[in-house]
Every structure is written in C-alpha cells, then in structure tokens.
Design a protein around this ligand. Sequence first.
Ligand SMILES: NC(=O)c1ccc[n+]([C@@H]2O[C@H](COP(=O)([O-])OP(=O)(O)OC[C@H]3O[C@@H](n4cnc5c(N)ncnc54)[C@H](O)[C@@H]3O)[C@@H](O)[C@H]2O)c1
Length: 420
Amino acid sequence: MTSYRIPFDILENFSRDVLIKIGVEPKHAAVVADILTESDRRGHETHGIGRLKPIYYDRVKKGILETAVKYDIVKETSTTAVIDAHNSLGHPISKIAMQMAIDKAKQHGLGMVVCRNSTHYGIAGYYTSMAAAQGCVGMCGTNARPSIPPTGAVENMLGTNPLAFAFPTDEDFDFNLDCATSIAQRGRIEQYVRENRPVPAGWVIDDKGQPCTDAQQVLTGLTKGTHALLPLGGAGEELGGYKGYGYATVVEVLSASLSQANFLRALYGTKPDGSAGPIELGHFFFAANVEAFTTLEEFKKSAGDIMRELRTAKKAHPEDRIYVAGEKECEAYHEQIKLGGVIIEPANQKAIDAMRAEQGLTQYVFPWDAKQDVPITVTEEKPNLKVCKYPEGAVQNMCLDKSMYVGDGCYHACSCHVRK
Ligand SMILES: NC(=O)c1ccc[n+]([C@@H]2O[C@H](COP(=O)([O-])OP(=O)(O)OC[C@H]3O[C@@H](n4cnc5c(N)ncnc54)[C@H](O)[C@@H]3O)[C@@H](O)[C@H]2O)c1
C-alpha cells in the first residue's frame, strides 16, 4: 500500500470531527485536534494523528477515558494552583493549566500549576511553546505508564516522562527542548515496527537485562512488562544511565507529589481483575515572566547569541550541522507546509478508515479511497503552474503524481492525474 501526504487542515478537521462524534465538546475536540496535528507539523509524528485511534478514541470507546472535560481547582495561591482533572482528556486540561501558570507569571513573576487525575497530554513542547510565545520561560512534564527501569533494575517503574523547556529568542523560532527522559519513547518503537526495522542496540533491555533489538518483540514486551526502554545514558552507570533515571524521577515527583497524583506502578491502568482501567496521571506546568528579570528584548538577544555561538563550534566533519533545540521542529514545519501536509502511512490509513466508517464521517475522502487513475484536463498552463479540471466522479482534490490534495484546480507543476 502507498503512503500519501495529506494537508494538515484536513487531518485536523477529521480528528476534531471524530472526537465530536464520540462525545467531546467541540471547543475541547478542537484543542486535541490542534495538538495532534501540531505534533505532525513539528515532525513529532509519533504523537500526531497516528495516536488518535490507539490512544484517545479507543480509550473513550472502552469507557476508560472521559469525553467531558471537567476539572476543579482544589487549591490556589497567587502563584500556584492544583487541578483535579477527573480523568478528562489531557490536552485541554493541560492547555488550561499552562495558561493559568502563564497568567500568574505575568502578574506575579512566576506561576506553577499541577494536575492530578489527568490523562495522556501528547507533546510536552506544545505547552512550553505557549509560555515562550507569551514572553515567558516555560517548563513542563508529565508522568506516564511505566516503561523504564531504575538503573540496576529490569522492572519498568517510571514512564518515559517527558520534560520540556522553552523560551523566546531573537532567532526565527523559540528554543524548545522537548523530549522523553528515556533514549526512545514508545511511539518511536511503533515507528520501527511499521518500518520493519530493528531498533538500535542500547535502547532496550529484556527482563534478564539483555539487549533486545527486535522492534515487534520490544513493543509486545513493553505491554507485558518483559522489556524496558532505557533511560537517557542507557543501561548501568558507565554511560551515565543514572542521570536519565534521575531526571525521570524528578519528573515523576513534580508530576505526582505536588498534585497528589498517581505514580509508578499505579499508572499501569490495570484493574484488580486484570482488565484495562483509566490511566490517571499527573502533570506540572511552570512559567517565569522574562520581564520580571530583564527586558524581553535583552533576553531574546542573549538567548539568540548563545544559540548562534553554539553553531560556531568546530565541527567533527565539515558536512555536519549544529542544531539547537526547536530548530528541527521549525524546519519540519516549513518543509511540510511546502510539501502539502504530513505522510499518512498504510497503518494509519486503516485507523482513519475505521474511525470514519464507525462514525459515519463519509464527507472525508482520502486519496487511498481511489480505485483507478484518470487523466485530468489542463485548462491553463503557465511556467511551473498548471490549472486543471477534474473529471466527473473523480475522488476530489487529489493529484496523484504528488500524492497531494489540491484545491479546485491543480496549482502546481505535474503531469496531472486523479483517481476514481
Ligand atoms: N505524553 C507523554 O507521555 C510523552 C512521553 C514521551 C515523549 N513524549 C513526547 O514525544 C515527543 C518526542 O520525544 P522524543 O524523546 O522522541 O524526542 P526526540 O528524541 O526526537 O528529541 C526532540 C528534541 O531534541 C531536539 N533535537 C533533536 N535533534 C537535535 C540536535 N541534533 N541538536 C539539538 N537538539 C536536537 C529537538 O529540537 C527537540 O527539542 C516529544 O514531544 C515529547 O514531549 C510524550
């Protein structure tokens, strides 16, 4: 089966409509859809629309994730707050919590908001971006279902517990370090399974402490608890695995102990009878208003100078490129916009088809629905531009050669075909 590039707005609208159909209020469905699509836009496809069905949609259908977004502020000061999210969707709750932290920082210099009984919130860097965009230093993290062991152990105790930091700069993008505290996170393993590739040695150990590179075995083993993702630094102490383990623990404590959320084994989401239950976890969101320390302009210039000086480091090989955090995501965004969207692989196409059929969202037509090629008529030709007319019955808005959607006509140079 072929992979196709689908425009972001179509994926975002589809995700939103799926969520509305299963009972999520439109304004909250729009937030989840935006954050899933933003993951794809940033090149973090492991947390993009590919996660809609296996995580959020399926959990709602199993009755272990609430569609209503309900929360209580159980404790609050001028600079802090504790939110109980009652098993609501993690994305809208987290967006609300981070905005509260930013508002407090804008008023009092610093703001920190923590959540308990929340659920999987996707990419941590979305929320830190909110802080950077509003002139703050942002930090956030979340605990997650156990999949990494403490250094010296083989039992999964900690989640891949992402930790993100962002701040504004005078570069074209905000600095945004947004990653798991393990070498790889589960989504990356799923990607290796789809691509039928072995995972790199050093990412995973089995319950005997032996390395494992079979991606499918790792994925199954993560669910059964027989395989573990290693913390940053890897196995043992030699390469500093205890540092990644330490950072994952910091995230666990900041996510769970301030908010009194569940932690470690309680996040397996397994009921006493062995069936799947809710995975109610904790998050923390922190914002510091730059203007409480220095002017925003000075801060941006100094942060930008640090990035520019880092890029001047003598390189190991002339062809190597030095990046700073946030730069690849910014480039991925512009590149994907230029190419017309994100690649949807066959496994993801199947998931989209299943949700579309179950929810009757037949107004969405995708290129993989097409059965045969049909040439289309070019009505106007200019340098690098062809305007085309679709034949009757064609699957709309799809130009086969570029595997991309186009508008009423085909506004790019290609030998135009559509399918029906
Ligand atoms: N919600 C959860 O439970 C959960 C758990 C784990 C991960 N995640 C999310 O998954 C996403 C991917 O995580 P990951 O661990 O695979 O990230 P990753 O390994 O792809 O690292 C991404 C980060 O590293 C930076 N980076 C990449 N290459 C760089 C280079 N050469 N030089 C400098 N910086 C560079 C990027 O700018 C980005 O900040 C993140 O958005 C994370 O928040 C979520």
